[in-house]
Design a protein around this ligand. Structure first.
Ligand code: PLP
Length: 367
């Protein structure tokens, strides 16, 4: 079988396994986070696999992402939490999408839909200072939400927030703040059906933050959010494997310059392999001269600058051929470099490596 020119192969059984792992570890509901095209893995396929693994709800950042999942045939509960402040929500409610509310204005929009009640999740800021209802607006929003629920315009499904992950102590302080805010809502007569706070890191490290549900993103993709623990140590299986077929091979003399700025020069006569993936495909230019690859079972390093569409690997005197497979990352259990290795090489986090794989790279999902 010929090797794909470029390919992100997605192991959907790994997604289902990882969700099941979080179900078993936490004992609470798992909300599978499938925003940003499921962190680059392909949202409809991942959504289906996450549900098969036991997720009871899916979360996206934008309504457009949730609407696209509905169009793709996903019937499970879907929630979306990041909107323009003047967004109208008729399309969301018509598609049975639950709305994360971060402001008084958004609450009023939710209550104004043609087919009430709108199902909402009140997102509260417990310290991150990003979206979520601001502390000094909580009383106004809670009072109005309680009134709107009483008259049947909205239904409050949950109150939720997000942890900074700055430290265990900071996260526990946010949990304490979250509990105070839920009590404040209850004093206004709001009794949410469930509470959720933790994402992957909190779900693993802070048992008391698991509450009624955890929203799992990076862990569902089989990657570790921690610098000091690998996927395997967490019982997770990385789902994405990024590969290409060598496009050209050439033998060059000592002193040959490679790629832009000749940032790499061959010390000896050597063989260069051309890999048809570049920063337009999400391979980070910052990993030039550092990113790891595997060819025919041997590990090499990118030689010189990663360009928009391609990069070069000096394989020395090893025999490689056009069409041979180059794997950039996959499951280290298969002796492959990991997305985390690429993140380390680029000075970023594994989230960014998988999420930024570009649209020119076909996703091929399999079970
Ligand atoms: C509100 C919210 N919940 C959950 C997640 C999932 O986080 P993680 O990928 O760390 O599990 C995110 C991602 O940033 C988020 O914004």
């Amino acid at each position: 079988m010929s090797v794909a020119f470029r390919q992100a192969s997605i192991d959907l059984s790994a997604i289902a396994h990882n969700v099941a792992r979080f179900r078993a570890l936490t004992g609470v509901q798992v909300i599978g986070v499938v925003k940003a095209n499921a962190y680059g893995h392909g949202a409809p396929e991942v959504a289906t696999a996450a549900l098969a693994g036991g997720a009871t709800r899916l979360g996206t950042a934008t309504l457009e992402e949730s609407l696209a999942l509905r169009k793709a045939g996903i019937t499970a509960p879907l929630m979306a939490w990041l909107h323009a402040n003047d967004r109208r929500f008729d399309d969301a409610v018509e598609a049975r999408i639950e709305i994360g509310i971060s402001s008084y204005e958004q609450l009023l929009s939710a209550s104004a839909v043609a087919q009430p009640p709108a199902s909402v999740h009140l997102k509260v800021d417990t310290g991150l200072s990003r979206n979520g209802i601001a502390t000094d607006d909580l009383d106004r929003v809670f009072a109005e939400a309680a009134r709107l629920e009483r008259i049947g315009r909205i239904r409050v499904l949950s109150i939720f927030s997000h942890l900074s992950g700055a430290s265990g102590d900071d996260d526990r302080a946010q949990l304490a703040r979250y509990r105070q805010i839920v009590a404040q809502a209850e004093a206004h007569g709001i009794h949410p059906e469930f509470r959720h706070l933790a994402a992957t890191a909190g779900a693993i490290d802070i048992p008391e933050a698991r509450l009624d549900a955890v929203r799992v993103g990076i862990g569902m993709y089989g990657l570790s959010p921690f610098a000091d623990r690998t996927s395997a140590e967490l019982g997770l299986r990385p789902a994405m494997r990024l590969s290409a077929a060598i496009a050209a091979v050439r033998r060059v003399p000592a002193g040959t310059g490679v790629s832009y700025d000749y940032a790499y020069r061959c010390e000896n006569e050597t063989t260069l392999a051309l890999v048809p993936l570049g920063y337009a495909d999400g391979v980070p230019r910052q990993a030039s001269d550092r990113g790891p690859v595997m060819i025919n079972g041997r590990r090499y390093t990118v030689s010189g600058r990663i360009a928009m569409d391609q990069f070069v690997v000096d394989v020395g005197d090893d025999e490689v051929h056009p069409g041979d497979e180059v794997v950039l990352f996959g499951d280290p259990a298969d002796a492959l470099p990991s997305a985390t290795d690429w993140a380390d090489a680029a000075g970023t986090i594994n989230y960014e490596i998988v999420t930024r794989i570009g649209s020119r790279v076909p996703r091929r999902s399999h079970s």
